[in-house]
Design a binder for this molecule. Structure first.
Ligand SMILES: Nc1ncnc2c1ncn2[C@@H]1O[C@H](COP(=O)(O)OP(=O)(O)OP(=O)(O)O)[C@@H](O)[C@H]1O
Length: 335
């Protein structure tokens, strides 16, 4: 059985000026021990999807569909069960989360907190576990006595990863875990995440705008555009031989060191991602698409099987005989 199964998950923010459909009909699965990368430009719905997984969304968000964690529907869990699941079974490392550490509490106490809150260890045992966790993330044990301001950004992000690991969860969701770090430190933290996932058999969902980073860490890639998954399949294939023109543009968009704007603008694409409140008709990508056809503005787009274990929501990937949509990667070549 899959560790995580998303079935037609949608998230809409209800704000004063109307509904914002941030995530639209996402269906994905994650096997135990596997790593799934979720890519897309700013505003594509990645963080909203990540937060929906553990019901961390603000009150104005409405979530529909099913999110099954080990067969249990997260959306139907009572609060007590949900609190037990957070940290202990699945934990999130947020973008720039290292800035969220409490400045007046020692690192060791903060790492121990999830263990104590979940009653998974007594204070003495928790101290031992903190030492173990610091070692796992490449920090010396004496750092337990440090305060956050005494650590570098990369070290603080390692602390956040240690906290996420504290209760030995089966799933870690990492939302842009290295974005706020400089390039050298980014590489070190990514290597750390990769090793931890491989050694401890933890499943990972990693979110980034950078397809190359995801392809390096993850087995599977899902590319999101305007709240939808537009391509999904094995990482190296999606990265090197994308079937959707948006994934191709993302794959070609290697960030330029020191130029944050270059990360946000996939090569060869003009324009900006659409406003979710005013989505283009047909394929949402058609106004920016370099290979759009006349029918794309009215196309009823679906995820079509686009090779072994792959799906893509593009007319160019649509098999001539397509009749039904594929909500998850199919295992057969299209006819
Ligand atoms: N609390 C909120 N209320 C209303 N709209 C929101 C809220 N949070 C996000 N949105 C909107 O939902 C859409 C998806 O946002 P989201 O942050 O999930 O995208 P993202 O791909 O994670 O972007 P980024 O990489 O910038 O974090 C955007 O249009 C955003 O403006």
């Amino acid at each position: 059985m899959s560790l995580l199964e998303l079935d037609d998950v949608s998230v809409t923010y209800r704000i004063a000026s109307g509904d914002v459909p941030a995530v639209r009909g996402v269906s994905l699965t994650l096997d135990s021990g596997a790593a799934l990368g979720v890519a897309g430009e700013s505003g594509s719905g990645k963080s909203t999807l990540a937060m929906a997984l553990l019901r961390l969304l603000p009150r104005d968000a409405r979530v529909s569909g099913r999110i099954l964690l080990d067969g249990e529907d997260v959306l139907a869990m009572k609060w007590g069960r949900l609190r037990a699941v957070r940290w202990a079974e699945a934990s999130i490392v947020f973008q720039g989360a290292q800035h969220g550490l409490n400045p007046v509490r020692r690192i060791g106490d903060q790492i121990a907190e999830p263990l104590l809150v979940h009653d998974l260890a007594k204070p003495d045992a928790a101290r031992g576990r903190v030492t173990e966790l610091l070692e796992q993330v490449g920090l010396p044990a004496w750092r337990a006595r440090s305060y956050p301001h005494e650590l570098s950004g990369g070290q603080r992000q390692r602390v956040m990863i240690a906290m996420a690991l504290a209760c030995s969860p089966r799933l870690i969701i990492a939302d842009e875990p290295t974005t706020a770090l400089d390039v050298m430190v980014q590489a070190q933290v990514l290597t750390l995440i990769k090793e931890l996932v491989a050694q401890q058999g933890i499943s990972l969902i990693m979110i980034s705008h950078d397809l190359s980073v995801l392809a390096d860490v993850c087995d599977q890639l899902a590319v999101m555009y305007a709240g939808r998954v537009v391509e999904h399949g094995p990482s190296s294939e999606v990265f090197h031989d994308a079937r959707h023109p948006y994934s191709r543009a993302l794959a070609a968009a290697f960030p330029t060191v020191g130029d944050p704007a270059s990360r946000m603008a996939p090569k060869g694409l003009g324009g900006d991602p659409p406003d979710p409140m005013h989505l283009p008709t047909g394929c949402s990508f058609h106004p920016r698409c370099p290979v759009a056809l006349d029918e794309c503005p009215t196309l009823d787009v679906e995820l079509w099987a686009a090779g072994a274990g792959r799906v893509a929501a593009c007319i160019h990937a649509k098999p001539a005989t397509a009749t039904a949509p594929a909500s998850a990667p199919a295992t057969e070549e299209p006819a």
